[in-house]
Design a protein around this ligand. Sequence first.
Ligand code: GRE
Ligand code: ZN
Length: 326
Amino acid sequence: MTLIAIEEHWIMPELTAALRAAPPERRDESLAFNDLGDHQQRLQDLGAGRLATMDTQGIDVAVLALTPPGTQPLDPEQAIRLSRAANDLAAATVATHPSRFRALSTLPMSAPGAVVAELERAAGLGHVGTMVYGRSGELLLDDPAYDDFFAACARLGQPVFLHPQLPSAAVRDASYRGFGPLTDLGLATFGWGWHLDAATAALRLILRGTFDRHPDLQIVLGHWGEMLLFWLDRADSLSRVAGLPRSISDYVRSHFHITASGMLNPALLHHTLSVTGPDRLLFSTDYPFQHPSRDDITGFLTHFPSDAARHAFTSGNAASLFGIDR
Ligand code: GRE
Ligand code: ZN
């Protein structure tokens, strides 16, 4: 069995320094998660330590992606420079261990006019897709400023991983305060807000007609589809008021791939299978934030309805979506 994990995070110290030095209105408090335990060291390690963990878990190929918030809170000039640096370092890492690593590119989303050029450059370096977030500054991902980006992703066959990020200050002030700094931050992020925010960003892309304009575009959602997959019955009524040609769940079934992000819960697997079928499910651990053991992973794999579905999840779907052949 080949195991491909597609949401495996890393960080570049120069980027951490720039994010920490950002002005207060651009600073992302979720950066603190990278400092918990040995995360910082694990995130920075693109060599022996990471490979040893992969070997212990039974992971053959890790698809690397920066940890949130990428370069998205940075000013345009810094975002362009550090996205390039991240893409170059990721390419060098893949070149050093070509049978073990692939990478998703990092794009300067705060400089919408520079995004397509860097996507094209990163695809040329061999990056198999890109990871973005639902918002950069005030600009939401469904803003027309990003339409050329989605056109380029569709044209180049680059899937877009839409990863959670800290909700805007306005949303946090309205909904995620009142319990003390740590609980407030957890409520806004890993405990709830991240997953609602990413689901809303995905839903907004559908409502904006993104997939009608770009029929070849593919999106990846983590955490078993964030909250979107659990609320399709309700979201479907939106397609009618929005005048979309297809139902929301129909867009999800034809334009979205769903990854586990280390949440190896059979109930979530069964729900996702009931929505999308086995051909859109992808394995990932969300390294280093989740660290399932080899036994956790093999135990989870017993819950698949067939060998074909298991194989699709462990490597087949990732191989075809990202063009990974090893
Ligand atoms: C994630 O990438 O999903 C993540 C983090 C930090 C903490 C928990 C987590 O980036 O799930
Ligand atoms: Zn993640």
